[in-house]
Design a protein. Structure first.
Length: 208
């Protein structure tokens, strides 16, 4: 979606053309090296899950795009409107996705490699004890025929990741609790606005 990023780069949120940006989701190009990487991982027996900072209302579009590009379908984590809102930073979304997976799915399907093309996201996830790789790193290893040994080795020793995770968890929990306290107030205001709009529409219909 880089070619459409200019639509949402205005300094003020209200000036960003999110509607036009969202309308181009289906036009996003597939990185061919990434497509081959994902398909080969599935062929090797790995289960693929996807994470996106798009709103959950666009999950069907995301799933359709994945299938249209002949990528293996899988679980999709999105920006949840009632958990995250619309303006929560993308890095916070990805951090929540990591810890949500740890809490909800790790016993049955632990993350062995999280792949991201954003340096800031990779650095943040590494601080959480996530076995994260920069996309370009794994593409190089894939082309060299070293993909599976590289993933098995991991980006850092298991002990280091466990220590980092233990240190990061209480920090995340505190930040998440604070976000949810603030977000609850926004939710209440949002519901009030929606109810007011409904009342106004009913009044206009009654007067017409």
């Amino acid at each position: 979606m880089d070619e459409f990023a200019h639509l949402i780069q205005a300094p003020k949120y209200k000036d960003r053309d999110w509607k036009a940006f969202h309308s181009h989701f289906g036009d996003a190009a597939l990185n061919r090296a990434g497509g081959r990487l994902v398909r080969d991982l599935v062929d090797a027996g790995f289960t693929i899950a996807y994470t996106t900072t798009r709103l959950d209302t666009f999950m069907p579009t995301t799933d359709y795009w994945i299938r249209q590009k002949s990528l293996p379908p899988g679980h999709i984590e999105c920006r949840e409107f009632w958990t995250d809102g619309t303006v929560r930073p993308s890095l916070d979304i990805k951090r929540r996705h990591w810890w949500k997976w740890v809490d909800k799915y790790e016993d049955q399907s632990p993350v062995v490699a999280w792949i991201d093309d954003g340096p800031e996201a990779v650095a943040m996830l590494a601080e959480q004890g996530c076995p994260v790789w920069k996309f370009d790193q794994l593409v190089v290893e894939h082309l060299a025929g070293n993909l599976l040994p590289t993933i098995e080795r991991g980006p850092r020793p298991v002990e280091e990741l466990a220590k980092q995770r233990a240190e990061a968890r209480p920090i995340f929990d505190e930040a998440e609790a604070e976000h949810q306290r603030k977000h609850k107030k926004w939710q209440q205001a949002h519901v009030a606005r929606m109810k007011q709009r409904q009342r106004e529409r009913r009044q206009r219909r009654a007067q017409s």
